[in-house]
Design a protein around this ligand. Structure first.
Ligand code: T46
Length: 141
């Protein structure tokens, strides 16, 4: 369990019977925000890392539906990492968290449930800028 604010694992309730498993996720309930967008990563044959940015406002839940992914996170002070290797859990990542994604297998499918529409101006894609913004926020409080 991470102590980092704005990052935590969400274990999902599962309905399992002889037909297999079903997980149902709802906005503002199992997903801790109003859902506006979904996207997914797949077909990463060479397992090239993705991410390398933070979001100013966006909330996301990442779920690995197939294969496995390592999610590395940083908040400007601490770093942590999580393995997602089951559709039975998600990783919540809130605003101002740098994320880098490594793929354990080339058939990994990573689903993202997202709190807002795509907006490039919400991204911080430069790590030095990210660190400077984190410091500004810390100095404010
Ligand atoms: C994140 C990590 C985990 C769109 O047009 N709409 C979208 O909703 C998204 C997510 C992307 N795009 C376009 C923008 C780029 O031209 O798709 C292209 C690839 O996006 P990006 O380089 O941002 O992909 P990742 O894998 O580095 O980052 C994505 C998400 O953008 C990001 O929010 O947290 O996955």
């Amino acid at each position: 369990m991470s102590s980092m604010k704005n990052v935590h694992v969400l274990p999902f309730p599962i309905f399992q019977d002889e037909r297999g498993c079903l997980i149902a996720l709802e906005s503002n309930k199992s997903i801790p925000f109003e859902l506006k967008r979904i996207y997914y990563h797949f077909g990463n044959i060479d397992k090239k890392p993705r991410g390398f940015h933070a979001h100013k406002q966006l909330h996301q839940v990442l779920i690995c539906l197939n294969g496995s992914c390592k999610i590395k996170v940083a908040n400007g002070m601490e770093k942590d990492e999580f393995i997602l290797d089951s559709p039975m859990k998600g990783l919540y990542i809130g605003p101002m968290i740098w994320r880098e994604i490594e793929y354990g297998t080339n058939d990994s499918v990573l689903l993202a449930l997202v709190s807002d529409y795509y907006d490039e101006s919400d991204y911080i894609r430069d790590y030095e800028k990210f660190l400077a913004n984190c410091k500004k926020l810390r100095d404010k409080v």
